[in-house]
Each structure stands twice: as structure tokens, then as C-alpha cells.
Ligand binder design. Structure first.
Ligand code: S3P
Length: 176
């Protein structure tokens, strides 16, 4: 069993995919996003899975993808924004190096733009993000060991904050 070095959680628009890619490159490891795994399994984009098969089916594929990645991916892993809603996923995250990339409404809305590839945002991007942030922020915080605020920062700045956490972790580990 191989565990990820880092697992990034947080809302759509938190920058998980962009920051995760930068952090993985800096550490010389692979980056994986659970949405990619789900898309590979289903053979179509997330938005099409929602339309053709429904959200429940997407969540089932996501639960399986997260469990597989947590036991086999040794690099940096980003979870889709809703993955932590699943209780068994939350249980699996226990013991992992989980980092919550925190974002407020304004930055999340500007980062997702029109949100066309994100079915949960269709119709009213700001309103939906606000609702999702209100519902999910306590859950992200509860599963995470570290919270990294991202508002007003670009992806490289956030990646540096995340890398500092990893390096601190190594430091603490060396002196165990
Ligand atoms: C979702 C987030 C998306 C994707 C799907 C549902 C959510 O991933 O899994 O559209 O419920 O927040 P990102 O957080 O990578 O955008």
C-alpha cells in the first residue's frame, strides 16, 4: 500500500488542481486528481456523467476512485470538492496528510469563471458557491491537518505555503 504524500481538499475554485500540480512538480512526484480518475473510468467528462447518469452515480464512481488513489498513489492527490461528503471517504482520510485549501466566495467565483464544466454551479455560480462553502467548509476543516488560506494569492504563492508545510513535516519527522 502506498499513501499520497499530500491530499488536497477544498471547494471548487480553491485551486486544488493547479496548486497540486505545482507542488508535485516541486517535489518531483506525480499529481493525480480524482476527477481525472472518474473521467477515465466513465470514459466521459464529469459534466456528462452528471447529465447522463446522475449525481449519485458520479458520487459512487468518486468514492471508488478516492479509495483506490488513497491506497495506491504515492504523489500529490487532489480530491473533487464534494468527495468529503461521503462518510466512508472521511474515515479513509484519517491518518493521511490532508491539507485544506481555503477560499472565500469572491475568489472562488472569480477562479471558476462561468463554471461551465462544473454541473453543480450551473444557473447561479455565486449563489451555488456560497451555499456549498457554507455547507462544506466545516467538513473540510474537520478532515484536514492543515488549513492554507488562498484568498488574494496566486497559485505559486499557495504552492509555496503548502511546500513549507511539507518541509516542516519532514523536519519534525527527522527529529522524532
Ligand atoms: C464537485 C467538484 C468538482 C467535480 C464535480 C463536483 C463538487 O471537482 O468533482 O463537478 O461537488 O464540489 P473540483 O473541486 O475539482 O472542481
Amino acid at each position: 500500500m502506498t499513501a499520497p504524500l499530500l491530499v488536497l481538499v477544498g471547494s471548487m475554485g480553491a485551486g486544488k488542481t493547479t496548486v497540486g500540480g505545482l507542488v508535485a512538480t516541486a517535489l518531483g512526484v506525480e499529481f493525480l486528481d480524482t476527477d481525472q480518475l472518474v473521467e477515465a473510468t466513465a470514459g466521459k467528462p464529469v459534466a456528462e456523467i452528471f447529465v447522463d447518469d446522475g449525481e449519485d452515480h458520479f458520487r459512487e464512481l468518486e468514492r471508488i476512485a478516492v479509495a483506490a488513489a488513497l491506497s495506491s498513489h504515492g504523489g500529490v492527490l487532489a480530491l473533487g470538492g464534494g468527495a468529503v461528503l461521503d462518510e466512508s471517504t472521511r474515515a479513509l482520510l484519517d491518518g493521511h496528510q490532508v491539507v485544506f485549501l481555503q477560499v472565500g466566495l469572491s475568489d472562488a467565483a472569480s477562479r471558476v469563471g462561468l463554471g461551465v464544466s462544473r454541473p453543480l454551479l450551473l444557473g447561479n455560480v455565486r449563489g451555488r458557491i456560497k451555499q456549498l462553502l457554507d455547507e462544506r467548509t466545516p467538513i473540510y476543516a474537520a478532515v484536514a491537518r492543515h488549513t492554507v488560506p488562498t484568498d488574494g494569492l496566486d497559485a505559486a504563492e499557495v504552492a509555496d505555503l503548502v511546500l513549507a508545510l511539507v518541509q516542516d513535516g519532514e523536519h519534525v519527522h527527522q527529529h522524532d
